[in-house]
Design a protein around this ligand. Structure first.
Ligand SMILES: [Zn+2]
Length: 500
């Protein structure tokens, strides 16, 4: 068989100031850079993304792949019309060419599901609508989606099948590509679409409550796998990205096959039945640090504080200082000298100053930025002080943890800056702290720490949960809202509650 393959990934935080322009997709940042044709096949032969899983399966089964492009940019504010226009044009041009050469058996698209631009509320829906417009209704089209997809009804209607990740941290991206391949094969063998059932959850789920190692998410996905074994073709539950201001923002469950309505209803009941359990205990920066210091007394393993309101994975710049100020004010570094770490604080000027000064020197600088928060309030001021440079790293790091294992990330020139016993891991490019290697590169050994502050909401759990005695969630002023109820929603359906 002959499959057309392409990918487009962006998670849009409507409340963030930045934009995903064409340059952002060319660069990719945390994703691989834009690639097309043979270069796309080569780049995604391995790498842990859904497209890699699909390609490996399709090629192992001897199918021919017609590669178009794969374009992804780090989460941020909306995608520019220019960037989306270029990506769409490439895909449609390649598709026209592919269909002209010889018949296609099917199309696979590696999509996110929460991408928007200023004038389009679902770029994935728009892309598939245009593709469907070229191919007509008979062409099998299968999608894989992020667990954070805000799925539109039209997207599900346009595609012959869609499957979402089932883990957060996303450690099953490649597997999701494999499931998409099987779904496409089944669709072709079956000769038509399977019955689709779907239901929307009537409330938003905060990002920090979506971690699939914790309840109620763990139980929901276990139920989903169990029900799937009993006969539906496939079922998905996307928890949604609760910072995309569109009518269809929110969690959605869907399944294909004869019994799919029953399966969807059971998953829906489980999610909604546990409604109050989707809320999380959240502390302000001072409370989080004082509780962490208290817990660290008796804990053998480090206490980890998540800083989800400055999580670059949700479109922030990873540079706020609220928790750092709280650590300093409460003498965390005096209590546990060199055993308190914070990272990654994105501050190119501070990293540059450390590189110019060298290891062992003390530099008087200010680190971090005061930025406008989701509520219009400014975050804490930069922290001014005499920092000792304890380590430097050129900032090319291969991840070793369970998420994106083996992926090369480039936080740029990095430095460990020590202030009163607190170790601050500073980077030149924003990079989410989701792998212990991002500390290890600067001689900070996470398992030896008493207290760690991570600029991440959930992905850090993949590599830190096993070494953490406690995980606390802080609400330190920043651009992302840990509580979606704090955001000034304009377009969300009124029937959807902004809190569980
Ligand atoms: Zn995601």
């Amino acid at each position: 068989m002959r499959f057309f393959v392409s990918g487009f990934q962006h998670e849009t935080n409507s409340f963030a100031q930045s934009r995903a322009d064409w340059q952002a997709f060319e660069k990719g940042d945390f994703f691989p850079p834009f690639s097309r044709g043979k270069a796309m096949l080569e780049l995604h032969r391995t790498g842990g993304l859904p497209v890699s899983g699909f390609l490996a399966q399709a090629q192992a089964h001897g199918h021919e792949i017609v590669p178009s492009c794969w374009a992804g940019a780090s989460p941020s504010g909306p995608v520019t019309q220019d960037a989306f226009g270029k990506i769409c044009a490439v895909i449609l041009e390649d598709l026209a060419q592919a269909m002209h050469t010889s018949a296609l058996s099917g199309i696979y698209l590696d999509l996110h599901g929460a991408a928007v631009s200023a004038d389009c509320e679902s770029l994935e829906t728009e892309l598939v609508r245009r593709i469907r417009g070229s191919t007509g209704p008979a062409m099998p089209i299968v999608l894989s989606l992020d667990l954070h997809a805000n799925v539109t009804d039209e997207l599900l209607d346009l595609a012959d099948g869609a499957v979402a990740y089932r883990t957060y941290p996303h450690v099953d991206m490649e597997q999701t590509g494999v499931r998409a391949f099987r779904l496409l094969e089944q669709r072709i063998a079956h000769g038509g679409r399977k019955f689709l059932a779907r239901r929307r959850i009537p409330f938003l789920i905060p990002i920090v409550a979506q971690a699939t190692s914790t309840e109620p998410a763990a139980g929901v996905y276990a139920l989903l796998a169990q029900l799937e074994e009993k006969g539906v073709v496939t079922a998905s539950f996307a928890t949604g990205f609760p910072a995309t201001d569109v009518p269809h923002c929110g969690p959605c469950v869907w399944a294909y096959g004869a019994d799919s309505q029953d399966v969807v209803d059971r998953i829906y009941d489980r999610v909604v039945g546990a409604r109050s359990d989707w809320a999380r205990e959240i502390h302000d920066a001072d409370q989080a640090v004082s509780l962490a210091l208290e817990l660290s007394q008796d804990a053998v393993l480090p206490v980890v504080i998540a800083d989800p309101q400055d999580n670059p994975g949700a479109g922030t710049d990873s540079n706020t200082t609220g928790l750092l100020h709280a650590l300093v004010a409460q003498g965390a570094g005096r209590r546990w000298p060199h055993r308190v770490a914070l990272g990654l604080l994105n501050d190119p000027q501070a990293a540059d100053a450390a590189w110019r000064a060298g290891v062992g020197t003390v530099i008087r600088i200010r680190v971090g930025r005061s930025v406008k928060g989701h509520d219009g309030q400014w975050s804490a001021l930069p922290l001014h002080g005499d920092f000792r440079v304890t380590a430097l790293h050129e900032g090319k790091v291969r991840l070793k943890g369970p998420m994106m294992t083996g992926t090369l990330v480039q936080p740029g020139r990095c430095a460990c800056l020590e202030l009163g016993g607190i170790l601050v891991a500073v980077s030149s490019e924003k990079t989410q702290m989701l792998d212990r290697e991002l500390y290890e590169m600067l001689q900070i050994h996470p398992h030896q720490m008493k207290l760690i502050v991570n600029k991440s909401a959930v992905h850090f759990r993949a590599d830190f949960e096993s070494i953490a005695s406690h995980i606390l969630i802080a609400k330190s002023p920043g651009p992302m809202a840990v509580d979606p109820g704090d955001l000034p929603w304009h377009k969300l359906r009124v029937s959807v509650a902004t809190r569980p």
